[in-house]
Write a protein that binds this ligand. Structure first.
Ligand SMILES: *Cc1c(COP(=O)(O)O)cnc(C)c1O
Length: 507
């Protein structure tokens, strides 16, 4: 009886029941938030996000029992979220290693969310996602036989590279790590300089090798990995019977943008049959600046490489990439047992131009066996759009301009008796500090510079971040922002001088 009644209810309601979410007015939804997006991108006036008391209580609400509907939600999105957004695209922003997307990149992100909501199947979006990776491989000068996969960021790209290294090291011992685990690999060790990003250590943790098996090698006077200490560590661990999984090189460390001697690292690693992974999440695009190209050695010798299009390329955040030399190892490292429902028709459709019965008959180009995602967005769509818009030339010009920004800051720091250059720039990072004439006490200088940084930020003309160089507090701009020009680098120095003088006078 009850089930009959329920069945009837179900049938009667069939025609009238609609989803609570609107799905027929995307244009209106976009138009509703567009003015606030455009206003946001003018970056005018003091940063409204500072006024937390205005947006936070308005947003901090309990789970809505019933929704407030489309228009009210879009109004909150525009007035509370967008208006108080994160100004990392501001031309004067040079903090950390992050920036906002360029216009076409943002438009591609929207297009991806709507029209290529899933990477798979044989559509134009799947195709350009694959094409973008081929272009990226070519742009950076990797052999055409390399394979790559877009990831959620540099963190995952490093995980993919080191996962391939783990597979390689296991197979050398006759093991199958991704299938059987890493029993038999004795203290699987990865070697990297102390300047290496922390996500490399986490990758060891995630891959079951243990963070403590990341052997941190000190840097030499140039701030890059000390090759003698590396060799000594490798010898020692070999004698101790440890499984040597990878040597990791930094192509642009996040503190000072230094590039390890990668040609040497390749030689040292490969002489011993060890995998070379290079973390170029930030500095990978430095390959495009001929003035520093040498430092990268021959990219064809890298076994795996991590690079973040969401940094210097200004793709939307959520766009990293791993490039690996040996497709077979990568596939064996990350292979999955596909389920029955998607077993068939995972085909490479790069070659075909012919029309299809349905785009759903083939899963399109690519394989989920090259990374840790299964469902995934076509992250390469933005990369494709960026390269279509500005080409290799535009990317090269951007990198050279930003490297020039760092050099400009360095020149001004050297020319001024109130500034001190703390690390010669290699790429687009420059570490310097304000140093009033006659001040020598390091603690006092650190405290002063920390205050300078915070006050410069509060003034809002430029925003940057800090690091330590040889223990000293350094102001550290990193220029990767497509809106940033040499004038912004000048403005940063002007701000530091103005604020530094003001604070030193009161100190
Ligand atoms: C940014 C960065 C990472 C981490 O990448 P995410 O994209 O933030 O996950 C790793 N290594 C280096 C050198 C980086 O610059």
């Amino acid at each position: 009886m009850l089930s009959q009644a329920l069945g009837r209810l179900h049938c009667e309601d069939m025609d009238s029941r609609r989803d609570a979410a609107t799905t027929d007015s995307l244009g209106e939804a976009i138009r509703a938030i567009l003015p606030s997006l455009e206003r946001f991108l003018e970056f005018e006036g003091p940063d409204p996000a500072r006024e937390r008391s205005r947006w936070r209580p308005a947003l901090d609400r309990p789970l809505p029992a019933a929704g407030i509907g489309r228009d009210a939600t879009l109004a909150e999105l525009a007035d509370l979220v967008v208006a108080n957004g994160l100004r990392i695209g501001h031309p004067g922003f040079s903090g950390w290693v992050t920036t906002g997307p360029s216009d076409v990149a943002a438009a591609a992100d929207l297009a991806q969310a709507v029209a290529v909501a899933q990477r798979w199947w044989t559509t134009a979006g799947n195709f350009v996602d694959h094409l973008a990776m081929r272009w990226l491989i070519e742009l950076l000068g990797f052999p055409a036989t390399s394979v790559g996969t877009f990831t959620s960021g540099g963190s995952t790209a490093n995980l993919v590279g080191i996962g391939a290294a783990r597979q390689h090291a296991g197979e050398r011992l006759g093991l199958r790590p991704s299938l059987d685990g890493i029993d038999g690999m004795v203290e699987p060790t990865v070697y990297a300089s102390t300047e290496t990003h922390h996500v490399v250590g986490r990758a060891l943790g995630v891959l079951g090798m243990g963070r403590r098996n990341l052997r941190s090698i000190p840097v030499d006077r140039s701030g890059t990995i000390d090759l003698d200490l590396l060799q000594a560590a490798l010898d020692e661990d070999l004698a101790a019977g440890r499984t040597q999984v990878a040597v990791v090189g930094c192509a642009g460390d996040v503190n000072a943008g230094r590039v390890d001697p990668l040609a040497e690292l390749a030689r040292i690693a490969h002489e011993r049959g060890i995998w070379l992974h290079v973390d170029g999440a930030y500095g990978g695009f430095g390959l495009l600046d001929d003035r520093v190209r040498e430092r990268y050695g021959d990219v064809a010798t890298y076994d795996s490489f991590a690079i973040d299009p969401h940094k210097w390329m200004a793709a939307p955040v959520g766009t990293g990439a791993a490039i690996v030399r040996d497709e077979g190892i990568l596939g064996r490292a990350f292979t999955i047992e596909t389920g029955d429902y998607d077993r068939e028709r995972l085909v490479d459709s790069t070659s075909g131009d012919g029309d299809l019965g349905s785009p759903f008959d083939e899963l399109g180009v690519g394989t989920p066996d090259w990374g840790v995602d299964f469902s995934m967005p076509a992250r390469g769509l933005a990369v494709w759009a960026i390269l279509r818009e500005i080409g290799a030339k535009g990317m090269r010009e951007r990198v050279v301009r930003h490297d020039d920004c760092a050099r400009k800051v360095a020149e001004r720091a050297q020319a001024s008796d109130e500034l001190e250059l703390l690390a010669e720039p290699v790429l687009s990072i420059c570490c310097f500090r304000f140093r009033p004439v006659g001040w020598t006490d390091e603690e006092r200088l650190d405290a002063l510079n920390e205050k300078v940084l915070l006050r410069v930020r509060a003034r809002g003309r430029v925003v940057t971040s800090s690091t330590r160089v040889d223990g000293r507090f350094a102001i550290r701009p990193c220029f990767i922002n497509p809106r940033t020009t040499l004038a912004d680098a000048d403005a940063l120095v002007d701000e530091v001088l103005a604020v530094g003088r003001e604070l030193a006078a009161g100190a």
